[in-house]
Design a binder for this molecule. Structure first.
Ligand SMILES: N[C@@H](CCC(=O)N[C@@H](CS)C(=O)NCC(=O)O)C(=O)O
Length: 269
C-alpha cells in the first residue's frame, strides 16, 4: 500500500491527501515526529520535509513531484488537463499556490495566532495545553521560536502576507464566479493545490483532518470570515464534500513505529 509520510497539520500534505482521495488510492499515513522523525525521513528520502510518498521501493519527496508521479503511475481520473492552454494554466496555478498561498497563508495564520486572542484561544484551549505542541509540530523550524515565545511575527511581514492573501482570494473568487473549477470543467491539480494550501487560512469544518475541535472551521480573522471571499470558501467546502475522504478512524502511525490518532506530540519545554 502507498505510504504518506506526513504531518497531519501540514497544508502541503493536505494537498497530497486531496489528490490521493481524488484518485481513489488507498494509503497509509505515517506521522513524522518533528526532529528525530525527520532524521529517519532524511535517511529515507534524502531531505527532511513532508510530504514524502513511498510506493513500494519508490520514494518521492516534494508535493509537486508526488503529484506528477501519481499522475503518471495512476492516470485516472486525470489530474492534469491534456489540452495545451488548460495544462499550462494548471501548472502555473499549482506553482502559485505552493509559493504564494502556501507561504503567505502560513505567515498570515501565525500572525493571527500571535496577535488575535480569539483565534489563539480557539487554537489553544486552556484545557488542552498539549495542543500547542501539536500545532508547533505542523510548522517549520523557523516558526517554532516565534510560537514558543508567544510573540507575533514582524508586523510588516504579517501585513504583507495578509495583503497578498487578500489579492489571492479576490482572484480566486473572480475565477470561481464563472466556473465550478479553476482551470477546466473538471477538478485538476490546480484546484487541489489551492484547496490544500488554504488550510491555514481556514481549517476545514468536517472530519477530514485530525484537528482539535476548537480549530475546525476557524481561521484567520478578516480572511476566513470575510463575506467578500464567501464564493471561495463555499467552493472549497464543496471540493471537500465531493472529493476528500473523511477519516473516521484515523489509521495514522508514527515514523517511530507507534500507532496514534493524529499528530505526534513533540517535547518542547
Ligand atoms: N515545497 C515543499 C514544501 C514542503 C514543506 O514546507 N513542508 C513543511 C510542512 S508544511 C515541513 O516539512 N517542514 C518541516 C521543517 O521545516 O523542518 C513541497 O511542496 O512539498
Amino acid at each position: 500500500m502507498l505510504e504518506l509520510y506526513q504531518f497531519e497539520l501540514s497544508h502541503y500534505c493536505e494537498k497530497i491527501r486531496f489528490i490521493l482521495d481524488y484518485k481513489g488510492l488507498e494509503y497509509r499515513k505515517v506521522e513524522v515526529v518533528p526532529g528525530l522523525g525527520q532524521l529517519d525521513l532524511y535517511r529515507l528520502s534524502g531531505q527532511r520535509l513532508v510530504p514524502v510518498l513511498k510506493d513500494g521501493n519508490t520514494v518521492i519527496s516534494d508535493s509537486t513531484a508526488i503529484a506528477h508521479y501519481l499522475e503518471e503511475k495512476y492516470p485516472l481520473p486525470l489530474l492534469i488537463p491534456t489540452d495545451a492552454k488548460s495544462k499550462a494554466l494548471c501548472l502555473m496555478m499549482e506553482e502559485w499556490a505552493d509559493e504564494s498561498i502556501g507561504l503567505n497563508g502560513r505567515k498570515a495564520m501565525l500572525g493571527a495566532l500571535g496577535k488575535n486572542a480569539d483565534f489563539r484561544s480557539a487554537a489553544l484551549p486552556s484545557s488542552t495545553p498539549g495542543f500547542l505542541k501539536d500545532l508547533i509540530a505542523a510548522v517549520p523550524g523557523d516558526a517554532i521560536d516565534v510560537l514558543g515565545l508567544g510573540v507575533g511575527l514582524g508586523a510588516e511581514s504579517v501585513k504583507n502576507a495578509r495583503k497578498a492573501m487578500q489579492q489571492n482570494l479576490e482572484a480566486l473568487c473572480l475565477l470561481l464566479s464563472e466556473s465550478p473549477y479553476l482551470v477546466a470543467n473538471h477538478p485538476t491539480l490546480a484546484d487541489f493545490a489551492v484547496a490544500g494550501l488554504t488550510m491555514y487560512i481556514k481549517f476545514p469544518s468536517g472530519d477530514y483532518v485530525d484537528l482539535p475541535s476548537g480549530l475546525k472551521g476557524k481561521g484567520v480573522p478578516g480572511l476566513a470570515d470575510n463575506p467578500d471571499y464567501q464564493v471561495f470558501w463555499d467552493w472549497r467546502d464543496r471540493l471537500y464534500q465531493d472529493f476528500r475522504k473523511i477519516t473516521r478512524t484515523p489509521a495514522a502511525s508514527t515514523s517511530d513505529g507507534a500507532s496514534g490518532s493524529g499528530p505526534t506530540p513533540i517535547n518542547i519545554e
